[in-house]
Ligand binder design. Structure first.
Ligand SMILES: [Zn+2]
Length: 241
């Protein structure tokens, strides 16, 4: 099983590794590594991109996905022969993209804390993100929400991860905010993300260490998606910078 370096240290942009498998899925070549920085698409966050330096040349990693067996597949843009199993490689993230995703993802935790309703879906993007809430009859105001979320960002609150047992999670079902995705089970522990004094919920994504790193954001749109569902769109607000 690949060691998931991104879970322990989300700021690591480069690392070494060994290729443990080379294969093809739907005509696209991939490799597996003994340890990786590349976050596989999941929980609304897209898979990482970057580069692999191998003995046979440099490869662009165009996507990272989880296999059905929960293995991490790094998809390569291959225009020359693939590297081999056992090769020592150096992996580099497209850090600018990943850091934007970390800022956005952390910001969605803040949004969750401001809208105490069930989350029915969501997507993290480099420039814009969205979360869907089962809002019922509650009303939301775009301008008010924008002001509130920027206030939370400015608190400079610390973001940290902690692990609890699945049994402990079962005793606190309120922790699970996402209706559509239950946290991954089976390992005995569940990873929680805590935004000090603001939010606590199970999450396997990558986050910044302090809310201030998110920078100014704006709620760009609140859309009706059915009778009870509202889609909240969020963008980085570069107008003040
Ligand atoms: Zn998260």
């Amino acid at each position: 099983m690949t060691k998931r370096l991104f879970l322990e240290e989300s700021y690591l942009a480069e690392a070494d590794g060994i290729i443990t498998s080379v294969g093809e899925f739907e005509g696209r070549p991939y490799i597996k590594l003994n340890q990786t920085l590349f976050y596989p698409q999941g929980g609304g966050q897209p898979g990482d991109t970057g580069w692999i330096e191998s003995p046979v040349g440099e490869f662009r990693v165009i996507d990272t996905q989880k296999s059905e067996a929960n293995q991490i597949l790094l998809f390569l843009e291959a225009n020359h022969p693939l590297p081999n199993v056992g090769d020592a490689i150096h992996q580099k993230l497209d850090w600018e993209r990943r850091y934007s995703l970390m800022r956005m993802h952390t910001c969605l935790h803040l949004l969750c804390s401001l809208v105490p309703k069930g989350v029915t879906g969501g997507s993290v993007g480099v420039e814009k993100s969205r979360l869907d809430f089962d809002l019922g009859d509650s009303k939301l105001d775009k301008e008010v929400l924008t002001q509130q979320i920027n206030q939370l960002i400015c608190t400079g609150s610390e973001v940290m991860s902690l692990n609890i047992s699945e049994a402990e999670l079962d005793q606190q079902p309120d922790l699970v905010r996402t209706l559509s995705v239950q946290p991954p089970r089976g390992s005995g522990t569940v990873r929680l993300i805590k935004v000090e004094g603001i939010d606590l919920q199970p999450c396997g994504g990558t986050h910044v260490k302090n809310t201030r790193e998110i920078g100014p954001v704006r709620i760009s749109k609140i859309e009706n998606k059915g009778k009870r569902n509202r889609r909240i769109h969020l963008v980085f607000d570069n107008t003040d910078v």
